[in-house]
Ligand binder design. Structure first.
Ligand code: DGL
Length: 259
């Protein structure tokens, strides 16, 4: 078995891959973006579970030694199923994200920006309450943020406006904000600028960092090799390749996984 599988509905999981590559530069990664079925956040539980199963079959064939479900929505809906299906360790991003948020927060009031599916599944809320029964979570579904990131508009004034309008809808007493969708760290600058402008001290949590720490405790990482990443998509290859090259500033190869 070799390589770490990284799975998302689209570009969001790249924010987790970015952290994984920084922590484990010699490791091999296999990234799969299920862009044919994006967005996941507005789909039914059964649909997301069946996408998860399809992705799992490909990762199984690829023989990965661990799978990171770098998608909060797929973690919430299909982590149990992928854990049953895969012969290797499978990690999600929600439990690590909740752990990191709990450690960062003093008043145990959290804002959770996520997809509708993640909010409805309630896993962040449950983990945070387990860690401290006082936990209060303001969940906000932000579907337009997913689309803005996929369209490369996170840094554009249109993306900024979308982010700020969402943040305006939340009460102002939380001290920790969870980027509970892996697309959202790509809009982190807009989030942080909002708090600067409001003169508020809010900790912004990207669950990817704690996920890397948890992964390092779970599997043995590759040493002494040059890490490389293979990219696959279930959707249109050329467009996905263009988006990746724009983000990384270098040429990448993209293959197709269909299901
Ligand atoms: N990036 C995904 C997540 O973390 C979901 C985006 C979507 O497909 O709706 O939830």
């Amino acid at each position: 078995m070799q390589g770490i599988g990284v799975y998302d509905s689209g570009l969001g999981g790249l924010t987790v891959l970015r952290e994984l590559k920084r922590c484990f530069p010699k490791e091999k990664f296999i990234y799969f973006a299920d862009t044919a079925h994006l967005p996941y956040g507005t789909k039914s539980l059964d649909q997301i579970r069946s996408y998860g199963q399809g992705a799992g079959r490909h990762f199984q064939e690829a023989g990965v030694k661990a799978l990171v479900v770098a998608c909060n929505t797929a973690t919430g809906a299909a982590l149990d199923l992928l854990r049953d299906q895969m012969p290797c360790p499978v990690l999600g991003v929600i439990e690590p994200g909740a752990k990191a948020a709990h450690q960062a927060s003093k008043n145990k009031k959290y804002a959770l920006l996520a997809t509708q599916s993640t909010i409805d599944r309630g896993l962040y809320q449950a983990y945070l309450k387990d860690l401290d029964p006082r936990a209060q979570v303001y969940g906000l579904a932000c579907p337009q943020m997913v689309l803005a990131v996929e369209d490369g508009l996170a840094d554009h004034y249109i993306g900024r406006k979308i982010v700020w309008e969402y943040l305006d809808q939340l009460p102002a007493d939380y001290d920790t904000l969870i980027l509970g969708c892996t697309h959202f760290p790509l809009a982190q600058k807009a989030v942080e600028d909002y708090f600067k402008q409001k003169k508020r001290q809010v900790k912004v949590i990207d669950p990817a960092i704690q996920t890397c720490l948890d992964l390092a405790e779970t599997v043995k990482m590759e040493e002494g090799k040059t890490g490389k990443t293979n990219y696959y998509t279930s959707g249109e290859k050329t467009l996905f390749k263009e988006k990746l090259e724009k983000i990384f500033g270098e040429r990448v190869r993209v293959g197709n996984w269909d299901f």
